[in-house]
Design a protein around this ligand. Structure first.
Ligand SMILES: Cc1cc2nc3c(=O)[nH]c(=O)nc-3n(C[C@H](O)[C@H](O)[C@H](O)COP(=O)(O)OP(=O)(O)OC[C@H]3O[C@@H](n4cnc5c(N)ncnc54)[C@H](O)[C@@H]3O)c2cc1C
Length: 354
């Protein structure tokens, strides 16, 4: 079976490698010239780590086990302690290893998906890209992220909702013996403006951070600031030791996202087009198992496509419906937890601000 995967970040590449390992013909399409690496290290649990290893990836040097977590407010007073995350995985190194294992010849770069052909058919024959390239396949997978164009054009379902939260994440260089590298996830919350920052080690000299703040604090003047200055502004009250993360020359990479939510639809596929990862279910700001969910999608879909090839399903539709049936209960329970945490956080913030 020929599978075209639109979007080549973590879920797209993981599915690509999983399918190649069982002999399928795969093509991966990316709108970029190179891999999309900016942002903090992935936070994953041990099951996801084993799943990555099951793909025969050499990733041990990219993985840092996190022994525990501590939550503090900006004045060092201890608060809740409920992250339960276990490993940080260097994003760029993991992407490089996935790319190497898949092989450069399976990628078509600079290909931004535009629409399907025939345009109004339920069954799709080809995907068309902005430069006019047309890719024919038996199955099309939308792994093109939260703002998925594949979803918009073919598997709409419920609307993507902005949840008024901005997340800036990145990686900074730290000195080798810095206490920031002590295998802990630290969470700092500024009760005065509701800003929250997570900090966790990534390699022997790199530290990841994820800063979240409300949309309403992101005024026009803030939007003009380069990311290091923006982060510095929102972290004014952080302990000095942590502020060094944002000093000049310490930044390795960073990115800014507007967080969103979306009700999981009845079906995550339509005929021979299916969504996985962020395209199917955006990560909520509480970071409840975003990466774990994306990897689970990729591996389960790989197993089901193998089953389809071996004749375990009468049609592709039955196979892809099984994907939705299996994924919905777990995803929905994670979303419920994530939304509850977000609502709780907003109530606390409002209580602080008014
Ligand atoms: C706001 C936010 C914050 C997050 N923070 C963290 C975090 O701190 N730690 C963590 O572990 N995980 C985090 N995640 C989750 C993590 O980013 C994802 O699990 C991971 O990126 C895998 O997602 P994905 O591959 O499904 O989609 P994405 O990573 O979004 O990749 C989608 C890919 O599709 C491409 N694409 C987009 N449009 C098109 C098009 N038209 N045609 C072709 N390709 C296209 C994009 O360029 C991109 O390469 C966060 C996610 C979000 C949304």
């Amino acid at each position: 079976m020929k599978v075209a995967i639109i979007g080549s970040c973590l879920s797209g590449m993981s599915l690509g490698l999983r399918l190649l390992n069982s002999g399928h013909e795969v093509i991966l399409l990316s709108p970029h010239q190179d891999l999309n690496d900016a942002g903090a290290a992935y936070l994953i649990n041990s099951v996801t780590l084993n799943s990555l290893r099951s793909l025969n990836l050499q990733i041990d040097s990219a993985v840092t086990p996190l022994e525990g977590d501590s939550a503090n407010d900006y004045f060092g007073e201890s608060a809740t302690n409920a992250m339960g995350l276990l490993y940080s995985v260097h994003r760029a190194d993991l992407h490089k290893e996935l790319y190497r294992s898949i092989g450069a010849d399976r990628f078509l770069l600079n290909k931004r998906f535009c629409h399907f052909e025939p345009p109004h058919n339920v069954h799709v024959e080809s995907a068309v890209f902005h430069d006019g390239t047309e890719v024919i396949a038996d199955l099309f997978v939308g792994a093109d992220g939260a703002q998925s164009v594949v979803r918009e054009k073919h598997v709409q379902g419920s609307e993507l909702r902005n949840i008024n939260l901005i997340q800036v994440s990145g990686i900074s260089r730290v000195t080798k013996n810095s206490t920031l590298l002590n295998k802990l996830i630290r969470v700092f919350v500024d009760p005065e403006n509701g800003t929250q920052i997570l900090i966790y080690p990534t390699t022997k000299t790199l530290c990841s951070w994820i800063l979240q703040f409300e949309d309403k604090s992101y005024s026009l003047s803030n939007q003009k600031l380069p990311i290091p200055k923006l982060v510095d502004k929102f972290c004014e009250r952080l302990p000095v030791e942590l502020k060094t993360l944002f000093a000049e020359g310490r930044f390795v990479s960073s990115r800014l996202n507007h967080c969103s939510d979306r009700k999981l639809p009845e079906f995550i596929h339509k005929d021979n087009v299916i969504l996985i990862g962020e395209a199917a279910h955006p990560t909520l700001p509480s970071l409840t198992k975003g990466t774990d969910s994306d990897l689970e999608d990729a591996l389960l879909l790989g197993d089901l496509i193998d089953g389809l090839d071996r004749g375990f399903f009468p049609t592709m539709d039955t196979c892809l419906t099984t994907f939705t049936r299996e994924r919905r209960p777990l995803l929905n329970s994670r979303f419920r937890r994530g939304r509850k945490n977000h609502a709780l956080r907003q109530t606390r913030e409002n209580a602080f601000s008014y």
